[in-house]
Design a protein. Sequence first.
Lengths: 268, 253
Amino acid sequence: MHKQIDMAANFLCYVQELGRQAIVLMQKIGALCVFTMSAIYGIFSAAFDFKIFRQQLLHIGFFSLPVVAMTAIFSGAVLALQSYTGFARFSAESSIATVVVLSITRELGPVLAGLMVAGRVGASIAAELGTMRVTEQIDALYTLSTDPIKYLVSPRVLASTTALPCLVFIGDIIGVMGGYLVSVNKLGFNSANYIVNTMQYLQAIDVVSGLVKATVFGLIISVISCYSGYNSDKGAKGVGMATTGAVVHSSILILLSNYFITELFFNK
Amino acid sequence: MSAKIKVVDLKKRFGRHEVLRGIDLEVETGSSVVILGCSGSGKSVLIKTIIGLISPDSGKVWIDGMETTNLSTKKRFAIMAKCGFLFQASALFDSLSIIDNITFFAEKLYKLGTSEKRDLAEQKLRAVGLPARILDLYPSELSGGMQKRVSLARAICTNPEIIFFDEPTTGLDPIMANIINELIIKVRQELGATTITITHDLSSADQIANAVHLIYEGKILWHGTKDEMKRSDNPYLRQFLAGSTTGPIAVDI
């Protein structure tokens, strides 16, 4: 009898803990939604700071270009090599150009650029805002009659959301170039044929879907990173955890949202 | 005299820890109130709740006759424009130069041009005893004492009616601490501002206070003038002033 009561009590404890965690999760999601809406609202307010927007556009867009370009060119090159190895088994080598361009524009370009920018920019935003939080600089903004979300978050969100599609578009071109270089110089493809094959089956929706993904990824990276940093716990450990959280959560959400956007565009 | 700041039955809890347990406080216009208390007694939470950085669980706060606990952001910022705040760790914006730090709010408020901005920043730097040559430096290039004085210059830049000082002398050597205390007295006299200072530095309290409040475990246990403080036989106050480890104030060793 006692054993059964203990088991029932243990079970209730688990249920209670599960419920508590579910409430905490819902509270966090709610807080994140309010934070996102405040940041978006801040973009359209008179207090929007264009000076910080320009700085962030440079930081997120221009300075991420080398990382995105390197990722894109080698992804395109490897894709061409791997496709050749596989397609040669059933004499479908001529499809390589199409596979490379579709893979790059639809998936690899936006996802890899998103992940690279999440690592580079997401960590930097979270660390910067986290440090501002623990050194009371965010509180100081408030005492100087300045809304910290409009001043710090909104420019970063707009910069990231506009920079990512540009980065991905450039990354797409460089990625296709990577495939072209390997196919023509190493695998012996005819240059003109490769270009014709590249363009033949490419549709506007392939590029547009990638750019839409990039826009969503830009929003995810900036909102998650700003939220992590803005709500950082005290101390070096708090900032460290905020930084790690920003990169991990951004990356997971990028991969998750990538699936749903793909479903939205290409589900027959 | 009317109350510039009035706090009634202010309560705040973080998880299971009740930090403020019904604080009542009145600060007269033009006075200099010092809130004394041990570390963890709720001083910083009190001052941050008064200015709205922390939302109270219950209780009310009036600043300049306006009830501030449920204000919209716009109205709260209008109240904040009357206030200056000196943070314990200075809280200077490390991505901005000293001139931009000092005139951060004034530039928007007065719509200052470049030369007016520089003039104002120079004037405020002089008021806190710093040379104009540091205007283009960044906070990381200054010593702790200089950062504190720049933070004070920022706090007084728009000539606020109320100035809050959060542990203004903590972490400073005795000479620099005295300089900061003298500056606090000087700016209060020059601006005619009402000031609230939280500290556990008795010498600082002795120099700058008109009225003193002792906070312990989230409640104001004693208040009176500086002279009354010295004569008081309140056991909590006596232990705090003597720095004794024995007495009603619990000491975690």
